[in-house]
Design a protein around this ligand. Structure first.
Ligand SMILES: Cc1ncc(COP(=O)(O)O)c(C=O)c1O
Length: 281
């Protein structure tokens, strides 16, 4: 049964200082999710895991190429999991993923599980599934991989442009909070702001042709599937607060300066109009 830990409001990642309190004898693994492209605070997480002899499984689905103290996401835990879903920084033309590990025995077990538990062919050693990366996805990803570093730099430059412009436009004075970079290297799978009157801002942007997304409208511990399964759902106030405030802006590598400026100007326009309406009422 999963036990959830609240997020650190600064980076939306697991709050490392709250893990120790929920670790129990039966804890099988600690799963930090490197959300939006910025890694969780791994030093204290590794310390807690080592102290209790619990493996770490990193969810690096959004964090390919992300770094913490010059080590890459997916290289801290017993295993690191990556996704090649099309919306990820390295996206295929369909579903796909990868597990990284330095443990040869675990690698062999994962290879077997990936292929219906067969080892050798037609002799099923374990209960597995079909988790193969199909050849078509592999071919696409092999070509796209060459561009990943350049695309990542574009995402980082886009993020820096937004943050600079939001500050210059006075939007960081109580209207929006750009994502703080609390550790390097953030790869900006998403550029997530906190926004005052978020839902109205989102509608306004949509009316002007700017797509945004809410990651995520309902925290995991409040999902129907979790409560139906009877899992404990302690209050996680920071996760709940974030769900009501966050908004992901377009950040993909191909955005032009005009695109980004348009988004920044629209947000400025929205809050100026809001202030104007307030002053008139
Ligand atoms: C943080 C995170 N974990 C896990 C997943 C699941 O990845 P996949 O869709 O490849 O199974 C995703 C992507 O959807 C994700 O963003």
């Amino acid at each position: 049964m999963p036990v959830f830990v609240d997020i650190d409001p600064r980076d939306f990642n697991i709050n490392a200082s709250e893990i120790e309190a929920v670790v129990a004898k039966r804890t099988k693994a600690i799963i930090p999710v490197h959300l939006f492209g910025q890694m969780a605070d791994m030093s204290p997480i590794v310390e807690t895991a080592d102290k209790h002899g619990i493996p770490i499984v990193e969810d690096a689905a959004q964090a390919i190429g992300s770094e913490y103290q010059e080590k890459r996401a997916g290289s801290f835990g017993a295993a690191g999991c990556f996704s090649f879903f099309p919306s990820k920084n390295l996206g295929g033309f369909g579903d796909g993923g990868l597990v990284a590990t330095n443990d040869e025995a675990l690698a062999q077990r994962l290879r077997i599980i990936r292929n219906q538990g067969a080892d050798p062919k037609y002799y099923h050693k374990a209960l597995g599934g079909n988790f193969r990366l199909d050849a078509l996805q592999a071919a696409v990803l092999r070509v796209k991989l060459k561009y990943l570093d350049a695309w990542t730099e574009r995402r980082r430059a886009n993020a820096s442009y937004y943050t600079t412009r939001f500050t210059e436009l006075g939007l960081t004075d109580g209207y929006i909070a750009p994502p703080p970079i609390v550790r390097e290297r953030h790869v900006f799978n998403q550029y997530v702001i906190r926004a005052r009157n978020r839902d109205a801002l989102r509608s306004f942007l949509a009316q002007h042709g700017v797509s945004t997304e809410i990651y995520y409208p309902l925290p995991l511990h409040r999902q129907e599937c979790i409560s139906k399964a009877g899992f404990a759902t302690a209050a996680l106030p920071e996760s709940e607060k974030a769900a009501s405030e966050v908004l992901a802006l377009p950040i993909y590598p191909e955005l032009t300066d005009e695109d980004k400026e348009y988004v920044a100007q629209l947000i400025g326009h929205f809050y100026r109009a809001e202030e104007g309406a307030k002053a008139r009422s």
